[in-house]
Design a protein around this ligand. Structure first.
Ligand code: HAX
Length: 436
């Protein structure tokens, strides 16, 4: 299938390839990073070893999608009629091409994704065969993996397509899959938490509006969904979910394998599951407080109790950021506008003010400021989505947009299989000069 978006992408890829080839051929020996022992043991923090043009995370500014800050992205992308937030599909166009799409370019992708959105019945059969206590993230990852046999990329590879054409079938798989994720997610939600009362999709709606419809949540939840998917889409390449997607894809595993894997990484409590953990933490405090708002002194004690017991305060800290996450601030502004008097928001607001000085006094975390996950659950809760085990699935739909965009470009630029070198502890001791 050749859409205008795909043709544009093709031109961009052709224009970009010589840049990568030249860097490799003429400047391949230029150093961009050194690695210390602390970095090798400590999760490669700060080691520059990945290349992406989809987004860049500046520690002191936060994320830019294709060069645009979050406020710029939200202001420039075409908006759904009557909506405060842009079409998710327009954002996907931006991530893929680097261009802010026109309204008609956006609507073309909306239509294309509507046409690809029908989820095969066997996907639901597989989800339904799982144990009733299976976590929603497990079901979500399972559903994506189950669809692997649909892969156009795997079929094309088996036929022997040339390396320069890999991106084409990868693109097809990515758009096919992304179009189906909202229905799969909503199905998991309604099956688990709404007595299996499934709401069929409305294929005339855009991604955000259709998701709200299938979840059974009224306006402005369509805008909430759009905002969520856009904000969570990409955070450059080194985070666990993006890196996992890139790594698995580098073995030429198809996008279904790659996205299922990246979801498994997102499901960790230090990464995407932190949004669920924030609400669980707040609920724990609320239970102890009998649902009244704690005083500042009481709230400080809850934080210190968590830290002293050796646990992390979920939603605070970051491996790269050294300021409050702009994704947090966008959601905070949304809360101040739409739910300023909500009880949970009062807790979140109190944590916004009280936790950073406590983290600084505690003296461990390099970044005491809140990240995206500290502010996202409260909005869902306010709109009736109180089953916080489901929150990371929302993150997963959004993150799939960024990881898919990266995978398409990885294949377009022919990035090789990823294979960093490991060393032994004994070798490190040798290098440190401490071995007798
Ligand atoms: N509460 C308590 N301690 C914290 C902390 C927090 N929120 N954040 C960091 N620390 C601790 C670390 O556990 C580490 O302790 P040890 O030396 O005992 O191992 C120390 O401070 C130094 O850590 P760091 O260098 O500042 O942070 P890392 O780069 O190692 O880790 C994390 C970054 C985000 C994993 C970390 O800040 C954390 O665990 N935060 C809480 C969980 C969370 O909110 N995760 C979501 C992050 C955003 C994201 O990816 N969303 O998907």
């Amino acid at each position: 299938m050749s859409t205008a978006l795909k043709q544009k992408l093709h031109q961009k890829i052709e224009a970009h390839r010589p840049r990568t080839t030249r860097l490799l051929k003429e400047f391949g020996d230029t150093k961009i990073s050194d690695v210390t022992i602390a970095q090798a043991i400590g999760g490669m923090r700060g080691v520059k070893g990945l290349v992406t043009d989809i987004s860049y995370l500046d520690p002191n500014e936060g994320i830019r999608f294709r060069g645009y800050t979050i406020p710029e992205t939200l202001a420039k992308l075409p908006k759904a009629p009557g909506g405060e937030m842009p079409y998710v599909e327009g954002h996907l166009h931006l991530l893929l091409t680097g261009d802010i799409p026109t309204e008609s370019e956006t609507l073309e992708l909306v239509k294309d994704m509507q046409a690809r959105s029908k989820v095969p019945t066997y996907v639901f059969d597989v989800i339904r065969a799982a144990h009733k206590d299976t976590h929603p993230m497990t079901l979500f990852s399972l559903a994506v993996l189950t669809m692997q046999q649909e892969s156009k990329y795997s079929r094309a590879y088996a036929k022997g397509i040339g390396k320069m054409d890999h991106w084409d079938a990868t693109y097809e798989d990515c758009i096919d899959m992304l179009a189906k994720l909202p229905e799969i997610a909503a199905h998991i939600f309604r099956m688990k938490y709404r007595n299996d009362n499934i709401i069929p999709p409305n294929p005339k709606l855009d991604m955000g509006a259709n998701f709200a419809h299938m979840m059974g949540i009224n306006k402005p939840y369509d805008d909430v969904a759009r905002m969520y998917f856009i904000l969570h889409s990409d955070h450059e390449s080194g985070n666990v979910s993006a890196h996992t997607g890139h790594l698995v894809s580098s073995a030429l595993s198809d996008p279904y394998y790659s996205i299922s894997s990246m979801l498994n990484g997102l499901a960790g409590p230090l990464h995407g599951l932190a949004n669920q953990e924030v609400l669980r933490w707040i609920q724990g405090v609320m239970d102890k407080m009998g649902n009244k708002v704690p005083t500042e002194e009481e709230m400080k004690k809850f934080c210190w109790d968590t830290l002293k017991s050796g646990q992390v305060v979920p939603g605070f800290g970051h491996a790269v950021l050294r300021k409050t996450d702009p994704r947090y601030m966008t959601q905070r502004e949304f809360c101040l506008k739409h739910l300023p008097n909500d009880l949970i928001f009062k807790y979140v607001d109190m944590m916004f003010k009280l936790v950073p000085p406590i983290m600084q006094e505690h003296g461990k975390a390099k970044n005491p400021w809140p990240n995206v996950d500290a502010q996202s659950g409260v909005i869902q809760w306010f709109y009736g989505l109180k089953e916080y085990d489901f929150y990371t699935v929302l993150f997963g739909i959004g993150r799939a947009l960024g990881v898919c965009s990266n995978i398409v470009w990885d294949r377009a630029l022919g990035y090789p299989i990823e294979r960093p070198k490991s060393v032994t502890t004994s070798m490190l001791e040798d290098m440190a000069g401490i071995k007798k």
